[in-house]
Structure formats: C-alpha cells, structure tokens
Design a protein around this ligand. Sequence first.
Ligand SMILES: Cc1cc2nc3c(=O)[nH]c(=O)nc-3n(C[C@H](O)[C@H](O)[C@H](O)COP(=O)(O)OP(=O)(O)OC[C@H]3O[C@@H](n4cnc5c(N)ncnc54)[C@H](O)[C@@H]3O)c2cc1C
Ligand code: FES
Ligand code: FES
Length: 1340
Amino acid sequence: MEPGPALLFYVNGRKVTERNVDPEIMLLPYLRKKLQLTGTKYGCGGGGCGACTVMISRYSPTTKKIRHYPANACLIPICSLYGAAVTTVEGIGSTKTRIHPVQERIAKCHGTQCGFCTPGMVMSIYTLLRNHPEPTLDQLTDALGGNLCRCTGYRPIIDACKTFCKSSGCCQSKENGICSLDQGINGLPEYKEENKTSPKLFSEEEFLPLDPTQELIFPPELMIMAENQPQSTRVFRGDRMTWISPVTLKELLEAKFKYPQAPVVMGNTSVGPEVKFKGVFHPVVISPDRIEELSVVNHADNELTLGAGLSLAQVKNILADVVQKLPEEKTQIYRALLKHLGTLAGSQIRNMASLGGHIISRHLDSDLNPLLAVGNCTLNLLSKEGERQIPLNEQFLSKSPSADLKPQEILLSVNIPYSRKWEFVSAFRQAQRHQNALAIVNSGMRVFLGEGDGIIRELSILYGGVGPTTICARNSCQKLIGRLSRPWNEEMLDAACRLVLDEVLLPGSAPGGKVEFKRTLIISFLFKFYLEVSQTLKQMDPVHYPGLADKYESALEDLHARHHWSRIKYQNVDGKQLPQDPIGHPIMHLSGMKHATGEAIYCDDMPAMDRELFLTFVTSSRAHAKIVSIDLSEAFNLPGVVDILTEEHLGCIKSCFFSESETFLATNKVSCVGRLICAVIAESEVQAKRAAKQVKIVYQDLEPLILTIEEAIQHNSFFEPERKLEYGNVDEAFKVVDQILEGEMHVGGQEHFYMETQSMLAVPKGEDREMDVYVSTQFPKYIQDMVASALKLPANKVMCHVRRIGGAFGGKILKTGIMAAVTAFAANKHGCAVRCILERGEDMLITGGRHPYLGKYKVGFMNDGRILALDMEHYNNGGASLDESLLVIEMGLLKLDNAYKFPNLRCRGRACRTNLPSNTAFRGFGFPQAGLITEFCITEVAAKCGLSPEKVRMINMYKEIDQTAYKQEINAKNLVQCWGECLAMSSYSQRKAAVEKFNSENHWKKKGLAIVPLKYPVGICSVAAGQAAALVHIYLDGSVLVTHGGIEMGQGVHTKMIQVVSRELRMPMSNIHLRGTSTETVPNANCSGGSVVADFNGLAIKDACQTLLKRLEPIISKNPRGTWKDWAETAFEESISLSAIGYFRGYEADMNWEKGEGHPFEYFVYGAACSEVEIDCLTGDHKNLRTDIVMDIGRSINPALDIGQIEGAFIQGMGLYTLEELDYSPHGILYTRGPNQYKIPAICDVPTEFHISLLPPSQNSNNLYSSKGLGESGVFLGCSVFFALQDAVSAARQERGLSGPLRLSSPLTPEKIRMACEDRFTKMIPRDEPGSYVPWNVPI
Ligand SMILES: Cc1cc2nc3c(=O)[nH]c(=O)nc-3n(C[C@H](O)[C@H](O)[C@H](O)COP(=O)(O)OP(=O)(O)OC[C@H]3O[C@@H](n4cnc5c(N)ncnc54)[C@H](O)[C@@H]3O)c2cc1C
Ligand code: FES
Ligand code: FES
C-alpha cells in the first residue's frame, strides 16, 4: 500500500490540505488550535454534551446527493474527513458580516446566558434547517437532544427554534383537535387574568428571514473529487498510529487481512471514547471511506438487509419509511427498533454511529442488539476467504469465539426479517434521563403465538445492562414454550417472572449498582410485554381475548408525548419612564450575538503565546493514605516534558482564605481521591497528559476511611464550630403539642457542571516579575492573592483578568485559586506562558460540588396542622478540607424556616470532615438542601394530620409583618400574594381534582401535584463582603467605558450594568462599553455570587455616574442640546475629570451567632411554584407536565435576564432533586465523571408547560432601583417537582394498600420512584442481606 495523497477537506468553504497529519488528532483540537476556529467548544470530549457540534457534509457520487449531518467534533478523527465539508459556527454568520437567522433568533429570544453551549446549539439547529427548512417541533427537540445547557433551562432556546416551525404560534400537538395552547392540562380551562398586558420578550417581526439560497454551497471541488475518486487506499502515518482508508471493498478486505487486529472505525463513537477514557491504543486503524456495499438497503420478500456502514440516523429514516409501507404485522421488529432509535444518544451520535459499529461493539447496554437478537437477525460477514452468515444471537453477543467474527472478517450487512402474523416484538428501556442516556436496563422481547390459539410457540427475551454483555433468558423461554405449550395468560406471566429472575442473576455487588431496581425492571418489562401483547390480541380477536381492564391500559401509554409551550408574564415599565431609559426592558444579553456566532472569547479561546507550555495535574487515586513515594523519573524522560512541580518547589505556601490552611500540593498524605499531588509541565497538552500517567505514586492506606455523613458522625469527624440557633422554647412547646414526629431526610450532592471547565492561562510579563493571569473565576481578587503568595510577590505585581466565564454556579472560587497559583508558579519559573485547562473528568474529580445533607428533625404539631415546635439537626458532607462548608451550614440554618413561622425552633448544624473532595459553594448555598428538609418535614406532618400538604404549608406560613428565628423583621405580604397567585394561575384545586380522577382510573400511571412557597433571604451577613467599586470613564468622543468588580458568568450582569449607566448618564446603551473584569481596574473586588452581583456593583456604578453627572451638570445645563462629545470636550477644556470611581460600602448586615440574633440579610425574594408530574409506576419513569412559577422580584432591571435566572435555576434545582446522582465507590472514587454517567437536565426534562409570572413591581428603597437579586432562589423551586413526585408515589402506594411511612431521599430518581411504588413485582425480587456483599457504590 502506497501512501495516499494529502488529507484534503473543506472548513467553512475554505480548502484545508494537510500533508503531515497525525491520525490521533480529532477535529475539535484541530479547529481550535490549528485553524484558530474557537467557536466550537470543548465540554466533555466524549460526545455527551454537544458543545462541539459542527455540520459535516458529504457528497455521494452514487445518489448524487449531499448529506448534511450534525456531528461531535471531539470524536471525529481528522483523517476520516477526506473529501468532506465541515461547517462550524463561524462559517454560517458573524457580527462582522452577516448574522445567520439561527444565530440572531437564539440571541434575541434570550437563549444564551453564559453562551458556552450556544455555538453547539446553533449548529444543531442550523443542520436541521439545512435538511428541513420548516421543521416540526418534534424534529426540533430531537435535533437538540444531544446538546446540554446548564444555564438557560432550555425554554428560550425552544422558543427561538419554534420561530422556524411551520406555524410557530401553534404547539402542533392537536389533542382532540384542539391546539394545546388553547387548552389547559387535563383539558381544564386556563386561569384567565384581567389586563394581560405584558409585552413579549422578543419581537418576531424584526427577525431576518431564513433564506436557504444564502447558505454556503458544497465545494464543487469535493464533488468532482468524489466523482473521479481514484480507487486506491489512502494511508496517513503519524508518530504512533497509521490510518488506512480503503475506498473499495476489496481493499478493505485486504487491509483487514493484513492488519486483523486493527479496528474498523466508522463513527468512532465507540472506539473514540475507549481510546480517550480507557487508554486503549491502536497502532493501526482501518477506516473505510464511502464503500457502497456497506450502505446497501435491500428489500427482499421476507427481510430487509441494511449495510453495516449506514448511520443509526439513516437506519431510523429507512425503518420509518418501511413501517409506513408494510403491514403492521410484518414490521414488529422495525417498530421496536424505531422506538429505541428515538431515544438512543443524541442526534449527533446517531448521525455518526454506524449500525455495524453498534452491533460489533456489543456494549452491555446496547439498545439495538437485544432487539436484533430477538428478531433472529443474521450478519453477513466477508473476508478475503469469502462470505458467510452468522446469527446475531446470545453467543455472538457474549463474544463466544465460535460465534464471533474472525479477525480478518468485516461485517458487511445485517438481515432483519419481517415479523409474522401472531408474532409480537417489544422494546423497553429505562434510563436515568429519558433521552441521551444509556439505559439502566433495556430489553427486547418477542413471542410467536400459534395461529390465533394463544399458545406460545416461540419466545425470546434479552436484557441489556444487567451483565457484562447482553443477556438472554434462554432457559426461561424454553421452559415457557416447553412441552406444556403455555397459553398467554396471567399464570404464564407469573411463571415467566419467576423463571427469569432465577435465570438472570444480578449479584448485589454488580457494577452500576441499582441492583434491586434492575431486578425489578427485568420483570416489570416482562409484565409490560405481557400487557402489550394482550392488548394487541384484544384488538385482533376481541372474542377470544377479552384483554385488559381499562385501568391497566395505562401501563402502556407513553409519558413523553406532548409538546412544549410556555407563557411568560412580566411587568410593564412605569409609564412615566423616559422612552430611551432601558431599565425594566427585556434587553438581550449584550454578548448574545457573540455567543451565537462563536466570537465570544473564553479563557481557552485565547491564542497560544510564544513558547507556551501546558500544565496538567497528577491527583491522588486514594481517599485516605500516606504517600510512601513519588517516582517522577519515567514521566521526566518522555518527550516534551519540561518540569514536574511538587510541594517541594512551591514551598510552604498555604491557602489562607479560611481559617484552616491547605497546602497547594500534597506530599505526605492524601485525604481524598482527586487531591492535587504534582503538576506536569510539557510543551503540549498531549505530552503533559501522557507524562502525568507515568508518575508512579506508592500509597499506604490509612484508617479510618470516612465517606458518608453517618460515618463522620460515628467517628466524630467535624469541622469546628457547631452552629446553633434557638427561638422560643422548644422543650416547653413539645409538652403541649398534640403529636410529635421524628424523621430524617437525606439530600444528595450535585456537580456544578458549568459547561466551561476550569481554565487558566498565566503569562509572565517579562519585567519586574509581573504576572498576568487570565482565568475562568468568580473571584479574581482571590486568584491574585493566591498567585501573589505563591510567587512571593506583592499583589500589585499580579493582575487577574476575566472577560466572561462559561458558567460557574459557585464552583470557580477556591479550587480555581489553588490551580491558578500552581500554574502561575510554573509560568514564573520557566519565564513563559503556561496554560491549564481541565478535562471534564478531571474537573469533576477534583473540584467537589454541592454539599450532601442529612437533616434530622423532631417536630411537634397540633392536629389541625399547626407546627409549634421544630428541633432540627443539619449535617453537611464537607469533604476533606473546610472550604466554605461552615458558611454553607450557617446559611442553611438561617434559611431553613423557608416561608414558615415556627414559633419555637431549635436548629444545630455541623460540617462533617470526610475523605471526599472538598465540597464548596453552589447556587443557593445550603438553602436548597435545608429548605427541602423542612418541606419534607411539613409533608410528613400533613400526612400525620390527614391534611393536604398545601393546607399545612398555608397554616404555618409567615403572614404580614413578623420576625424570623434570628429576630430580623420580615414583611410577608408578597409571599402570601405569590402563593395566592400561584394557586390561581395553576388552577390548583381544579387540577388537584383532575389528578385524583386520573389516579383513580389508572393503576400503573399516577399523577402528582404540589405547590411550594419560597422566601429567599438575600444578603451576605457582612458589610465588608458587600462592598463594591466601579470605574466609569468618559472619552472625548463621548463614548463611555465602564468596569466594575462583578464577573459575567451568564447572568447578564454586564448588560444590566450598561443599562444602569445608560439610565444614570441618560445616554444610549450603544455608547457604553464594558471590556471585562480585572484587578487592574477595580481592586479588591468581592467574590461574584450570592445573588447580589448586580445589586452591589450597580450601586457602585450608579455612584460613579452620579459623581460624573454632578461634575458635568454646569456644562450640560449651559448647552442642553449638546452631545456627549460636546460636553466631554468642554469638560476637558475646563480641566474637569471625566473619570470617576463609584463605591458602595455594602448593606448594613450582622449576625451574632453567640446570641443567635442579627440582621444578616437585606431583603427577601418571595415566590411559589406548582408542578404536576406523571410517573410510570412500573419503571419509575417520570415527566414534569407543567410548572407554574410566580415570583416577587421587586422592580426588574431586565425581565428577560431575570426570567432567565428563574427558569435556569428552577431546571437546575429540578436536576438536583430528581435527576443528578453522584456515584462513589466504597473506596471514595467518583465514578460519575462526565455527561455520559452524570445526567443534568436536558431538553426532554423541560416541563411540557412552563409558565412564569412576576408580581407587579414593589418598592424597596435600599436596592438598586428596587430590583431584587435572583441568581439563586429559583433552585429551590425545583423541589415542587420532588413533592409532586412524592404525591404521585403516595397515590400509587395508597391504592396498593401501603400505609406505612415512606422514606424518600433526594434526588428522587426513577430507581427510587419505582422501588417506592411497591407491588407484586418488587415483592418477587430476591433481596440481598446487607453486609453479605460489597456494594458497587456508596450512597453519599
Ligand atoms: C455520547 C454517547 C451516547 C451513547 N448513547 C447510547 C445509547 O443511548 N444507547 C446505545 O445503545 N448506545 C449508545 N451509545 C453507543 C453507540 O451506539 C455506539 O458507540 C455506536 O453505535 C458505535 O458505532 P460506531 O460506528 O461509532 O463504531 P466505531 O467506534 O467506529 O466502531 C466500533 C467497533 O465496531 C467495529 N466495527 C465497526 N464497523 C465494523 C464492520 N463493518 N465490520 C467489522 N467491525 C466493525 C470496530 O472495529 C470497532 O471495534 C452512545 C455512545 C456515545 C458516544
Ligand atoms: S465536547 Fe464534544 S460532545 Fe462534549
Ligand atoms: S448558556 Fe448554555 S451552558 Fe451557559
């Protein structure tokens, strides 16, 4: 084989020719580093987040058609792109030339916050529109299924996309012929409100039209090249890997003959992640290119043959077509495959992954293999020696050598037979999230009943996710067919369940955990299959098959059918306001367009500096151990390695922000997995990562290993001090109450999952040891301090700059400081720039997250629901170092009352020291956990009193003027108003009745409804921590530059700040610019967080503007018709300074923990949320059907940004309470290290109906224009979904006669829902004796 031509492909219409290509390189780093196209982002590197989405276009000389499809650039080997055209976000539009309508609409509809996910979103929609200029909503949500956003909550993105749909005003889901926009959920009338005058958040009229003729054309050169493709294999040789691309079948077989061990890489979605995450290395890779035989679609009399090279998306389209054309009885397998192809991964992966790759990978959780196996599919194999067929059966799936491909063979195609009359095939899966999540258990089932006699003639059942491979329940099936020839009835079902449970054995320690859930799913699916077949039999022959009782039919309906729609109601601006004053208007995020075009620059988008080095950390693999030795020799000897730093180099510098000190790098002892041990510095990222793997550390484990809160309590392992708050006389009150209840509630942790991972670039300035640090942080001053102390420099030599960050949520403060200090140390030592960008897995491992909580309560109450005494103990899992754990406990205690007046309250809180990575600040800062525990306690009280939870909530709520437990005055008028409006807006009582009716009619599906109030105190307990400064310059041309200490992390603070300047100086926003945040312009700025960034910095800016106006007033009044240019020039002539510093000293605040009294907060944000859910009792699957939120946010500065904060936080809270689950091994190792294991809400999780309403403006004299900070409060409202789920589960339990206490914990995942809906199936499964096995994971 001769080396082929240079690699040739197009990017954004420009030809790229690579002569010395390294086959190990993926498209994403190539775009970002080589072509400087940094719009395409890195979010995970494993196909799971969609941040790197690009469009790939290929021309087929056979069909003469161009195929455009979305793909994840992080998994596309560059060599696979020969002859392809790549379109990135930069290729479709820019602010400098012409914005593309997709970019315009996502920005103008407020679909961007931090903007890090936006280019990926844009490219997914853009590709969809290239293929379907007027898509349906289904196509839209499907196209975005593989794109994650951590900020927006997706609603505005959906709204933006809807504007491209055929009739964007309609939901396109006409149930009973009525558009669901015109009918409430459950068909109930909607809450009609007088004076619905609120304007829209965006105006469709100004949108650019979508004009497909304006799109980039497919490069004609590539078309000609494809037509005249020379028929010879291309070979690309790198230092370590050789890439062979055969272009004919013959050459493919030859290559496979020569390199039998080489993988045949098609979509690279299986090989790619193995190479990246599991360290697998292939010296030779064979990647067939456009071999027609691999894309055959052949319809025969009794089967369909599909080429192994077809993508899963193509397979989906082909099958969709086939089921339209063939009678239903022939298409049972195709329908089942289609069902799974609808949820398998996201659109990008489905377009990249091939059918052959899917089959041959034989992942244990493959969705399609169980179906192909039950469907008796066969595989057509080919090698130089000839053709042969093998069955796709359990032996093949278990890779039994006698049933597998030979190393020289390739899979050519798959034969999928038609089904027969009386043959039924079904597909089942349950995952943590409905879409783009690997199944926890999946299954394919097929039965063939003899000619209408109902006797089982053939039966085939396979499961995925329950063993190392797809498992077949062969013996059970044989017994059920057996000599007895079972009929299809309940007796058979019962026998089947028992047989399958005996055969498909799952040990208690099985990888993946959730063992009892999996066992239950195995038979729940079987039951569903039984019902499905019974129902079809009834339709086919109602005389012989009476079928199911109506209420059982609910087991078969799909939960996720309806379409999204939303309604937003916000305040109109004051009629007296000047028309040019932007305060109160829904102004688009000022970076919105740049987010959408990829022009917004984040830390790692900065171009490489001369001689730049890369730093990567080596972290501890043990949770509690002594470091016996560290051997760096092998790592040092690798090419490109420049240095390896240990604590020895850094000396004895300590992180000193909090009372406890923490060394930067560990030398003697480690107290958690992920602890930084040393830092490898190399010429490239790849070299640094390779060397890091060669650092050899010998550990000696230490006792005790403390992972959980319970273990910390047992070992008395706490951070000091304990915090306590007491109000009234709890002990006395317990003596007079009717009832006392004790219980506890556990709230799991949460990963920040900001889309931009921790990133920093340290640049020595070359003079006076000055250092510039560009870093993704919420707290530049802290970074400055840490770097200065690491370099033993005064702070004035270290400057920290932040333009914007791709999300933070509290996670970019303290750990960022340590990593930035080490990076700057390396830069200083070597005199050149050093960059450190964490990979997603490293980030999740190292940085910790939201604190897991345990709340123990004793509550005393009267039979009418009045709570008279509450004694609460809080414990949080702080991890290995103090970080902010104590502050989190304090905030949790101060806020645990939520909206309730507990006349006698005692609460104590302790932060536990454990061997987990240190947990830290996270949006809400203790309140989401503390509030949930209190609300849970209230639902328990309600249950005990036989009252509804909303009644008990209402009875105990603060009313009018009152006092909190720490004796701060509170006026709860707006709380009561929010509650009342939410009840009305959600038609609560009518819907509650409808839910009850639904539940009485449906046995296997239940609905639940819940409403929760919110009182969120805003403030940070300290005056000094609230001070802020700003700098406003007016230039002689009349333009203004403003800077302040706040960080733009998606919340739109810079946009709001420009609105403030615009109002104060009465100048248009277009005249004002903001470059970013820097310790050089505003020194000593406080951390950005705690909902107060706009409050504090806005007041400082207002102060600066007023100073300027005061100085300029005489000039302006002399020339009132002048322009800012005139006034600035005159001021300059008159030697009046055009620059002013503004300052805000902080809200008056104090908290005396000794006395338990204070005024820690400035004001309260009030709100209420009502959610309705539906659950599938057999699988634990659930759907949020509708959420209504009412918020009192004072007088909004920018309702679009504020609503964005509310709904983004709500969805994040919903993730916390119902979805996001961290898994740790019994040795303290985090398993969940990327989007493929850790599920944050995706587009499928947005409530089907989502309505948000803001209370009319209220006056609040101290705040910035009476506005209220909203960054955090909405997280808690996500718990309305938790309680709605609890309500649904309770309904199921009640119907099943289960009255005992229901111990639920957060997150309320499908596993917990299913296991709480106890029934005959949960009773049937085997249970393991606790202690008889080592579980795979430990609940933290
Ligand atoms: C983010 C993500 C989400 C996912 N979600 C799901 C999910 O929800 N459900 C699910 O079932 N799966 C899921 N997957 C797995 C996915 O379906 C498989 O990775 C994919 O189908 C593999 O196809 P491929 O073409 O990319 O294979 P490749 O990675 O290209 O190849 C995989 C293997 O197949 C072999 N091979 C490929 N073609 C041939 C051939 N013609 N002849 C011989 N050998 C061949 C290769 O040698 C290699 O060993 C997910 C994957 C990712 C990355
Ligand atoms: S970076 Fe490619 S999918 Fe996440
Ligand atoms: S805007 Fe989507 S991740 Fe921030």
